[in-house]
Design a protein around this ligand. Structure first.
Ligand SMILES: Cc1cc2nc3c(=O)[nH]c(=O)nc-3n(C[C@H](O)[C@H](O)[C@H](O)COP(=O)(O)OP(=O)(O)OC[C@H]3O[C@@H](n4cnc5c(N)ncnc54)[C@H](O)[C@@H]3O)c2cc1C
Length: 289
């Protein structure tokens, strides 16, 4: 394992200053549930790493409601999200995704900032954040920029985060009374499972019962977690009838095959991805947030 210089900081300003100074030779530590695993695999011959511990910065942790907008600090743990009354009301799909992460121990340590910054294809909070049209706050000593979560992940484990930046938080509009959102996940087993696939859907219902502003995002279906506009178009303006849902499922599995090619797992994944979307949409239509 490479040598580590550990920085226990007292403020975000201090963390950002070290980040600006050490850049590529630094990393921030949140819950450590991804980072510590990764560090153990690194070669001892690498230069020392400046590890900046963010856990003491209380201002980066919490869920707030601000006139219909929900704001979440990057250091908020999955357990915090799972228990949040604000999310239960305004973004139950994100609370459900957080509740599905790992085990109680992982949820007590792992943070939403770490989950999205790590940018794994199976990161459970990314599909709901995409379906909620979230905006992320990226801070450095140069200032804070706000980016659309859609633009954040470049490819698996690669983001647009600059070497001097830290994810400080995120915000999105809470679901209104005429909107619903769900998250469904397929794991290899019921507990401690990293997602084999995860799908988040959100939509508004018109007074006539048609779906509008449909958002469908999936993780671990294609290499990079993303929205699926072709699937959304199959559902937009429909009443979520079986034919539209079947067409949406076919569109999703076709996109998967187009991006990943046919593999040994494709005959399994094709029907599963369609069934998962069907399950998510059925739950959304029934109003189970
Ligand atoms: C047994 C086990 C089960 C798991 N199950 C799941 C699961 O079901 N679903 C799932 O999605 N994940 C799962 N994970 C992965 C992990 O727990 C989550 O991704 C977690 O949210 C990571 O957050 P963290 O705070 O621990 O990040 P850390 O490990 O501290 O950091 C992860 C990476 O992000 C960077 N980082 C952290 N915070 C920030 C920030 N604010 N700004 C910029 N960069 C930052 C770090 O430098 C590091 O590169 C599992 C992990 C384990 C070990």
């Amino acid at each position: 394992m490479r040598r580590i210089r550990f920085h226990s900081v007292r403020s975000l300003k201090e963390a950002l200053e070290i980040r600006a100074r050490c850049r590529e030779e630094s990393a921030v530590l949140a819950g450590g549930t991804d980072l510590l695993v990764a560090l153990r695999l690194e070669s001892a011959s690498l230069p020392p790493l400046d590890l900046i511990d963010l856990t003491t910065i209380g201002s980066l942790r919490g869920v707030e409601w601000d006139a219909g907008t929900i704001r979440i600090g990057a250091l908020t743990t999955h357990a915090d999200l799972e228990r949040s009354r604000i999310l239960a009301e305004g973004a139950p799909l994100l609370a459900a995704a957080a509740a599905s992460v790992g085990s109680p121990q992982i949820r007590n340590r792992g943070t939403i900032g770490g989950n999205i910054a790590n940018a794994a294809a199976c990161a459970d909070t990314l599909p709901p954040l995409l379906a909620l049209d979230a905006r992320l706050l990226l801070s450095s000593t140069r200032g804070t920029r706000e980016v659309d979560v859609r633009d954040f992940v470049r490819s698996p484990y690669r983001t647009i985060l600059e070497p001097d930046e830290i994810v400080t938080g995120m915000s999105f509009r809470a679901l209104r009374g005429d909107e619903r959102g769900v998250f469904v996940k397929l794991g290899r087993r019921n507990a401690l499972s990293v997602s084999r696939m995860g799908i988040a859907c959100a939509a508004a219902f018109t007074s006539g019962g048609s779906l509008t502003n449909v958002r469908v995002a999936a993780g671990a279906v294609v290499p990079t977690v993303r929205r699926f506009p072709t699937v959304e178009r199959c559902l937009e303006g429909t009443r979520g009838d079986p034919a539209s849902i079947a067409a949406a499922g076919i569109a999703l599995s076709e996109e998967m095959v187009r991006e990943t090619g046919r593999r040994w797992s494709t005959p399994y994944k094709e029907p599963v991805v369609r069934a998962m979307l069907r399950k998510a949409l059925a739950a959304m239509m029934e109003g189970r947030r």
